[in-house]
Design a protein around this ligand. Structure first.
Ligand code: GLN
Length: 499
């Protein structure tokens, strides 16, 4: 360990002039994010079931509260990005966020029932500091214009999904069959591994992610500002606790936060020249479209999981599998398989000068999601007289959804770091995740609109209600994709040198 101090600090140029496909630091960030997502999706997978089984909430209330936690997690990513840009820098933010997540998990492990909302609130604030900032650091490994950037984010995205898949499966299994205390501890242990990997490898990041205040104010002042952010985030926890435990507050929160952040970005944009402003505008267009994307995509956690529970047979490719297992894990599995392949496809196309630009890739993302919702709709034609339909067709639809996600989500992360000026990297990454929060929120509303009013309705009626809804979503996604591709020449102009 101490021998490191005798080594020469690696410079930004040395990092960014790496040879081969990926910088080695990407693997460290990949591992750290993989374990963080394990803990996050492990926790996320446990929430609703735990609230129903142990907190004795009704299914409706559990769903609402689940939605609230998701909305807050991704909303606080904006705050985490903002404070990283202005005060802490990415490294200290990740350290602080990771520590809060560990604390949150162990609070839940010690007393899951009585300290439930407290543990969740720590985790929410922690994720806000961790998640956007580790993604931004990936972007910092590349020079502007490096064509390997999207492939790097593709790899990073696979790491996210390996963690999501393992965490989502293991934690819920442990919780349901052994003990919730053990399951929440596992999230804590894994999050500790994530943070240790980050701490032991951060030397390799050279100057990336250091405090933005270095050289601007004295070291003592930096310490005071840091402490103020730490104290402020701790003080916010009781408020988050109140907001999360009463899901009706979520609405007010969502109505106010979006417009305020938008005003803030406009205010920041005026500090920059016309080219930089136009790039920020392009980033905002991507962000706004992504809200719609996540609203469709996140049916996964809501209406699609109910559809899977009620209307699907349990056979896929000749094997018996619980349809909800397919619903919860096929997306991650497909990301892990297809993300590298799509990365290779982009590289292959770019060598032939055929690679679609980012706006068209986004448009394609919507077109694939549209196709996938047509397939979800199409399951109704495979249904038997009772309204039970094919898990095979459903799984194919998930494959197509995933291709759509891969055209949009990793690329969205990537361009947030190329379209924004450096001092706004964190905040724009936070905006990207804030859009997810709105997407999740809208997904809940769309899903609720699809459900039959009568929970005891016959299965065939449910099948028709959900698949009608999916046909509608397919049409909306198609419109969004076509609009995006139609306006792509304008957006491309706004992006200037970014492709
Ligand atoms: N599944 C991805 C992740 O966990 C994307 C999440 C999102 O942006 N909503 O990072």
């Amino acid at each position: 360990m101490t021998s490191i101090t005798t080594e020469k600090e690696i410079t930004l140029d040395e990092i960014q002039n790496f040879e081969g496909k990926y910088p080695k630091q990407l693997w460290y960030l990949f591992l750290s994010e993989m374990w963080e997502r394990f803990a996050f999706y492990g926790m996320r997978g446990m929430l609703t079931i735990f609230m129903v089984e142990k907190l004795l909430l009704s299914e409706k209330d559990a769903n609402l509260q689940y939605g609230a936690t998701q909305a807050f997690v991704y909303t606080l990513a904006f705050v985490g990005g903002l404070f990283a840009d202005k005060v802490l820098g990415f490294r200290k933010s990740i350290f602080w966020g990771g520590s809060l997540m560990i604390l949150g998990s162990f609070i839940l492990a010690v007393s899951p029932v009585s300290l439930f909302y407290m543990g969740i609130s720590f985790t929410i604030v922690g994720t806000g500091f961790f998640k956007p900032n580790i993604s931004t650091m990936v972007g910092s490994l590349y020079k502007s214009g490096d064509t390997r950037r999207d492939a790097g984010f593709g790899l990073f995205y696979s790491g996210i999904n390996i963690g999501a898949l393992l965490g989502g499966a293991l934690c819920v299994y442990l919780g349901k069959h052994y003990s919730w205390n053990v399951a929440f501890s596992l999230a804590g242990v894994v999050m500790t591994i994530s943070l240790l990997i980050f701490l032991f490898t951060k030397k390799t990041l050279g100057p990336i992610g250091l405090s933005p205040l270095i050289g601007k104010v004295s070291p003592n002042k930096i310490k005071i500002y840091d402490l103020m952010v730490y104290a402020g985030s701790l003080l916010s926890i009781p408020f988050i606790l109140i907001l999360v435990s009463k899901s009706e507050y979520t609405d007010y929160f969502m109505y106010t936060v979006g417009p305020l952040t938008l005003l803030y970005i406009i205010y920041e944009a005026f500090k920059y020249n016309a080219v930089e402003r136009q790039k920020l505008l392009a980033a905002m267009i991507f962000i706004i479209f992504s809200i719609f994307f996540w609203a469709f995509f996140e049916q996964a956690g809501g209406s699609l999981s109910l559809f899977a529970a009620h209307n699907l047979k349990d056979e896929v490719a000749g094997m018996h599998i619980d349809p909800n297992v397919i619903n919860n894990s096929s997306n991650s599995l497909f990301v892990i398989i297809f993300s590298p392949l799509i990365g290779l496809l982009w590289l292959w196309l770019s060598k032939r000068k055929l690679e679609p630009n980012t706006v068209v890739k986004f448009g394609l993302g919507f077109l694939f999601v549209s196709l996938s919702f047509y397939i979800f709709y199409y399951t109704r034609f495979f249904a038997d007289a009772q309204g039970m339909t094919s898990l095979n067709v459903f799984t194919v639809a998930y494959l197509v959804t995933t291709i759509g996600e891969l055209c949009l989500s990793p690329i969205g992360l990537s361009i947030m770091t190329t379209l924004s000026p450096k001092p706004l990297h964190g905040v724009m990454m936070g905006m990207w995740f804030l859009a997810s929060a709105y997407g999740q929120y809208a997904a809940g509303l769309l899903g609720a609109g699809m459900a039959t009013a009568n929970e005891k309705a016959p299965l065939l009626e449910k099948l028709n209600a959900y698949t009608d809804g999916y046909k509608q979503l397919a049409l909306y996604a198609l419109i969004a994709g076509v609009v995006l591709i139609a306006i792509s020449p304008i957006v491309k102009k706004l992006m200037h040198d970014v492709h």
